[in-house]
Design a protein. Structure first.
Length: 206
């Protein structure tokens, strides 16, 4: 599970259970942060690295399922593993429909929890990598001049240099220069790659 500072957040009103999970995760060198209730978790700063949430379904105050809905409403995509002593089918279905990684009923095998946490951290690591790649792509697009952005949109629409020149009232040679700058600044090695970048950024000609 090697990565820079992955962490597991444990929210459960039972301190003995929280401590037992923390001890288990120390055996695989995973950092844990413990919370006795949902409100304490919501007041905390989110970790920077890949994260997974081990969450009790029933607790005083807000329940685990309510937190799952709150996180979805805030667009905080944290992989969740639900833990409960009293599972029922509707509750399990609701949790899984909400995107939970796993729903474990106490007592459960340590290996089942470890495997679920590994799956959660893999998912969150992939999400963070996608977000970083998108942020870098947006920075490149923002570095383009307004004319270069205009040229890029025409290029990914399949327009030829002469057609673009005619459309916007400049020479074909000037279009070619701008097009070269666009490819370099966007770090696109081909027109299909530039087109995929435009799709990712959701920028297309009107």
């Amino acid at each position: 599970m090697g990565d820079a500072n992955p962490s597991v957040l444990v929210i459960d009103d039972d301190p003995d259970f929280r401590d037992s999970v923390a001890r288990l995760l120390r055996t695989v060198r995973l950092e844990t942060r413990q919370f006795s209730c949902v409100s304490d978790f919501l007041k905390s700063d989110p970790p920077g690295g890949p994260t997974c949430l081990v969450l009790d379904v029933r607790m005083p105050g807000r329940s685990g399922l309510e937190l799952q809905r709150d996180l979805a409403a805030m667009d905080r995509q944290v992989p969740i593993i639900f833990i409960t002593a009293h599972a029922d089918v509707p509750m399990t279905v609701q949790a899984m429909k909400g995107g939970a990684i796993e729903f474990l009923t106490k007592p459960f095998r340590d290996q089942d929890l470890l495997e679920a946490i590994e799956a959660g951290l893999v998912r969150d690591r992939a999400r963070q990598e996608c977000e970083r790649a998108l942020a870098m792509l947006r920075e490149r697009f923002d570095s383009l001049s307004s004319r270069e952005r205009e040229i890029m949109l025409h290029v990914v629409a399949g327009r030829l240099n002469k057609q673009i020149a005619n459309d916007i009232g400049i020479t074909a040679s000037t279009v070619k220069v701008h097009r070269t700058h666009v490819m370099r600044k966007m770090k696109a090695r081909s027109l299909p790659e530039l087109s995929r970048m435009a799709d990712t950024l959701n920028v297309r000609p009107q």
